[in-house]
Design a protein around this ligand. Structure first.
Ligand SMILES: O=C(O)CCC(=O)C(=O)O
Ligand SMILES: [Fe+2]
Length: 179
């Protein structure tokens, strides 16, 4: 197991305009693994759309009532999650209003304002209780990714995203901000 200490930071990921989700996921995993200096495997991933007014249909989640809006700890939902990464694909203020990511803190809650290409990265444990602020209007898209340091707990269908390829992008960036 790797040392999962409290960390939270944001990055700017280039190319978040392209629809190639697998490529983005490969780049995010590799960038974060190199930064942490550890192995990282996908344990879960979800492309999530929140939309106000709600799209009608029985398969649609209520935009302001799904689990993200309650304060939660990702690792409490899925024990194998060690690290959480949220890559925002739409722009606060232009595509949607509200929907900020809020980290709860005894002293001072921290707000992350989503923008296209912004990657929020944090350890998945109790140290990072968070929630999504109520949406006012618009469409909010996020590619949520959860990583485990233990290959045994990696998601079998996402393992291929951690395999190296000859043409793989090598990240030379560092976090743009610490929270
Ligand atoms: O969409 C976000 O900004 C956060 C979502 C979240 O916390 C989660 O899916 O666990
Ligand atoms: Fe979460």
């Amino acid at each position: 197991m790797c040392d999962v200490s409290s960390i939270a930071c944001t990055w700017q990921i280039e190319g978040a305009y392209t629809p190639n989700g697998q490529e983005l996921m490969r780049r995010v995993r590799r960038t974060l693994a190199e930064t942490l200096g550890t192995q990282l495997f996908f344990s879960g991933a979800l492309l999530n759309r929140l939309q106000v007014p709600q799209i009608q249909g029985e398969m649609q989640l209520h935009p302001n009532k799904s689990d993200e809006f309650a304060p939660h700890v990702d690792k409490a939902n899925v024990a194998s999650y060690d690290w959480s990464a949220l890559l925002y694909l739409s722009e606060h203020g232009t595509d949607f209003q509200g929907g900020e990511l809020i980290f709860h803190d005894d002293e001072d809650d921290k707000f992350i304002v989503p923008s296209r290409g912004l990657l929020a990265f944090f350890s998945s444990g109790l140290e990072n209780v968070h929630r999504v602020n109520t949406m006012a209007w618009g469409q909010r898209l996020v590619l949520s990714m959860w990583f485990t340091c233990s290959e045994r707990h990696s998601h079998p269908e996402l393992r291929f995203l951690a395999e190296s390829r000859p043409d793989e992008f090598i990240a030379e960036s560092s976090p743009s901000a610490e929270l």
